[in-house]
Design a binder for this molecule. Structure first.
Ligand code: NAP
Length: 248
């Protein structure tokens, strides 16, 4: 990565960058001239293509966020190699579903580790850099399921509600250092996470929208890029819902 570019541009760390919403977020942030540090376990074909097209501005770090003990070292190496980041998008999540009574405890732990603990630890270590910069942006990807009910998603819903509570209180804690903390809560989007929802169930989700459509990953990514921007300097501690009106 070219060092003169590095000095002029703002760096944003995006988790879950290999596909779906994370890939859409990386794509938009690159179009808006950010440097992107993209984290996921795998380097998908789409992310690999994006890295090829924007060689100067994106770096992929393979990392399994279930390894909570390694997150401190991960953040340290990001700062050493790419400088102090301006932004963090906590987008990676596990989307395990299941009836609580029969769910394995290991699945419950996985959901809590990846969807709650990893974003908290990344925010902890990277907000230190933002504090030194006296500016920063943290965007946590929640879901409309944090505030509405859905059969089979009780643990996933608990993780997203936890992220929203975390967002509100952290915004109070770091605001004086010029750091904003917000959530984007998408409605149903067609990604790998939701592959199993098809046919009539999919049509009924669309019918819930006054617009008769589903929000796309690009729609939710636009809310993230707005929160990253200077135009959102007075937005903190809040949740932007992008669900084509389905919860209206
Ligand atoms: P997705 O298609 O399943 O993508 C998930 C991303 O997270 C992938 O890049 C995956 O990369 C990464 N990831 C998963 N586990 C990881 C781990 N242990 N370590 C590192 N990276 C990991 O999901 P999506 O639909 O884009 O969801 C993105 C965000 O939107 C999530 O927070 C989700 O809860 C939220 N959301 C989605 C919907 C929806 O309808 N799809 C609705 C509301 C909210 P690797 O597999 O390569 O690691």
């Amino acid at each position: 990565m070219n060092s003169s570019l590095k000095s002029q541009k703002k760096t944003v760390v995006v988790t879950g960058a290999s596909r779906g919403l994370g890939l859409a977020i990386c794509t938009q942030l690159l179009q808006e001239n950010y440097i992107v540090v993209a984290i996921s376990r795998s380097l998908s074909e789409d992310l690999s293509r994006l890295c090829e097209e924007h060689k100067q501005s994106i770096a992929h770090i393979p990392y399994d966020l279930a390894d909570l003990d390694g997150i401190h070292a991960l953040c340290k190496s990001i700062t050493e190699v790419h400088g102090r980041p301006y932004g963090l998008v906590n987008n990676a999540a596990a989307g395990l579903d299941g009836v609580l009574a029969t769910m394995h405890n290991s699945e419950i732990s996985t959901l809590l580790d990846i969807n709650v603990q990893a974003p908290i630890l990344l925010s902890k270590y990277l907000s230190r850099s933002m504090m030194l910069n006296r500016t920063g942006r943290i965007v946590n990807i929640s879901s409309i399921i944090a505030s509405t009910g859905f059969n089979g998603l009780s643990v996933y819903a608990a993780t997203k509600a936890a992220l929203e509570g975390f967002t509100r209180s952290l915004s109070r804690e770091v605001g004086k250092a010029g750091i904003t903390v917000n959530c984007v809560a998408p409605g149903y989007m067609q990604t790998e996470m939701t592959l199993s929802l098809q046919g009539e169930r999919l049509e009924s989700v669309k019918r819930r929208s006054p617009l008769g459509i589903l929000a796309s990953p690009a729609d939710a990514a636009s809310a993230v890029s707005y929160l990253m921007s200077e135009r959102a300097k007075s937005m903190t501690g809040t949740i932007i819902t992008v669900d084509a009106g389905s919860t209206a």
